[in-house]
Design a protein around this ligand. Structure first.
Ligand code: LMG
Ligand code: NDP
Ligand code: PMR
Length: 396
């Protein structure tokens, strides 16, 4: 809470401090002309009076970034005039940070950076020079369902509307010999990448539904490596959810297996399986909620961003060779900046409005609707995944 309050404060102050038409002493009838004259003469006192003046109009979080023009606009106009609010999970590095930067730089978005490490996120935002007015860091640890619930509550208390939610954070543990676990005891990769996001998205769906922005979107980042209809998706170990028996057993060793398909632990496979879950979940959201809520549900493969922190647990030789391999051999490489622009497009481009789509980009960086593998588009599996996931995160 403290983090949230302190991070909102500067934004709230900028309404009036921003200068321009938002505030002048004459506007504040409370003071009258004689006071204005006095202010001109006494600069120091004027600061005090300005502070008093700041209290004249109530500061509401939702209008904190709005200019007077926007405050006077009709509800229809407001939809397009006000800033959008987008939550991005895992915005402290890689794709999430690049997307936050791309959106914040347009001046049209306020980015909630939902991160597990507050200091790292603040430093990251500063390192890429995101304007202070355009972001707020809020704590979210997807490896704890309590933290996910707390985040949803904190976000609501901030009073901001929610226009777009981007489920981006992920962990990849390719060299782990033994599994790690979330706070609730789920295998860490699927627990974080899928189950944490599943609960978050379910909790925030109502908030998205209420948004009066010109569009509202829920985006879940997927990947080529979860799609076995591609070359990359055929590099072993391949994604395979099987009959979901491990997931149904709670994804922990006590009951069954830590892998969704019930097999032996393999960190690289667990990550790829989690991406299949992300892509299936997006489609199930679409089927269940698109018509009713008007929310656009989408997933994407942003390209191979071979330099991000995702590969931090891989062996040094891999980290050294992987970027040139992707750049010069597969040609699937994209920079963090380019990938950030792609995801920012899925967030904010009016033309990417279609729901239920898995977006990819061709060599000219134009977006197209891509085909998912048989498993990643299996509607029956998506339904079962949804039902089991609901039970595991305590929604059913
Ligand atoms: C598995 O290992 C693990 O077992 C599993 O636990 C899990 O971690 C999983 O998906 C994650 O990985 C997989 C991996 C480990 O092994 C393989 O993928 C097998 C193939 C590796 C052998 C490389 C063959 C390369 C084929 C490409 C064509 C060859 C071109 C030759 C170069 C010509 C240059 C002009 O492997 C590793 O961790 C080792 C690192 C592998 C990195 C990717 C391959 C790099 C290929 C060499 C690129 C050289 C850079 C070229 C730069 C050109 C500059 C002009
Ligand atoms: P990074 O490791 O750079 O970013 C991952 C982010 O997730 C970090 O901010 C990390 O936080 C955060 N995170 C990890 N665990 C948690 C948690 N428990 N709670 C909250 N946040 C968490 O990787 P990328 O930018 O590459 O990955 C972003 C997305 O892109 C992922 O969904 C990945 O699957 C996807 N993707 C990546 C590709 C690539 O080539 N890199 C290709 C296709 C898809 P912290 O900074 O604290 O570690
Ligand atoms: Mg892959 C067109 C070929 C292509 C693409 C686009 C990717 C993307 N990869 C391709 C090909 C190959 N890869 C080939 C031929 C190999 C064998 C040498 C190969 C290997 C490889 C490894 C070992 N690739 C990897 C790894 C990883 O550890 C990464 C991974 O699977 O993480 C789960 C990875 C990736 N390759 C990609 C992408 C995007 C990744 C990152 C994974 C992701 O975020 O989904």
């Amino acid at each position: 809470m403290a983090l949230q309050a302190s991070s909102l404060l500067p934004t709230a102050v900028t309404i009036h401090k921003g200068g321009k038409p938002s505030f002048s002493f004459k506007d504040v009838g409370f003071f009258g002309d004689s006071v204005s004259d006095y202010i001109r003469a006494e600069y120091k006192s004027s600061l005090v009076l300005r502070n008093k003046a700041l209290q004249v109009r109530p500061i509401r979080a939702q209008t904190a970034t709005a200019s007077p023009d926007i405050e006077q606009a009709s509800p229809e106009e407001k939809k397009t005039l006000r800033k959008g609010t987008v939550i991005i999970t895992g915005a402290s590095s890689g794709l999430g940070l690049a997307t936050a930067k791309a959106l914040a730089d347009t001046g049209k978005w306020h980015v909630i950076m939902a991160c597990r490490n507050f200091l790292k996120a603040e430093k990251a935002a500063k390192s890429v020079a995101i304007d202070k007015e355009n972001y707020t860091v809020m704590h979210l640890d997807l490896a704890s369902l309590d933290s996910v619930r707390q985040f949803a509550d904190n976000f609501r208390q901030s009073g901001r509307p929610l226009d777009v939610l981007v489920c981006n954070a992920a962990v990849y543990l390719p060299t782990a010999k033994e599994p790690s676990y979330t706070a609730e005891g789920f295998e860490l990769s699927v627990g974080t990448n899928h189950l944490g996001h599943f609960l978050l998205a379910r909790l925030l769906l109502d908030d998205l539904k209420k948004s009066d922005y010109s569009f509202k979107r829920l985006i879940i980042v997927g990947s080529i490596t979860g799609n076995t209809n591609t070359l990359a998706g055929n590099v072993p170990p391949k994604a395979n959810l099987g009959d979901l028996r491990g997931l149904a057993g709670g994804l922990n060793r006590i009951n069954n297996s830590v892998m969704i398909d019930g097999g032996e632990f393999d960190g690289a496979k667990a990550y790829k399986d989690s991406k299949v879950c992300n892509m299936l979940a997006m489609q199930e959201f679409h089927r269940r909620y698109h018509e009713e809520t008007g929310v656009t549900f989408a997933s994407l493969y942003p390209g191979c961003i071979a330099t991000t922190g995702l590969f931090r647990e891989h062996i040094p030789l891999f980290r050294l060779l992987f970027p040139p391999f992707q750049k010069y051999i597969t040609k699937g490489y994209v920079s963090e900046e380019e990938a950030g622009k792609r995801l920012a497009q899925v967030v904010s481009d009016p033309s990417l409005e279609k729901s239920g789509v898995y977006w990819s980009w061709n060599k000219n960086s134009s977006s197209f609707e891509n085909q998912l593998s048989k498993e990643a588009s299996d509607a029956e599996k998506a339904r079962r995944l949804w039902e089991i996931s609901e039970k595991l995160v305590g929604l059913a």
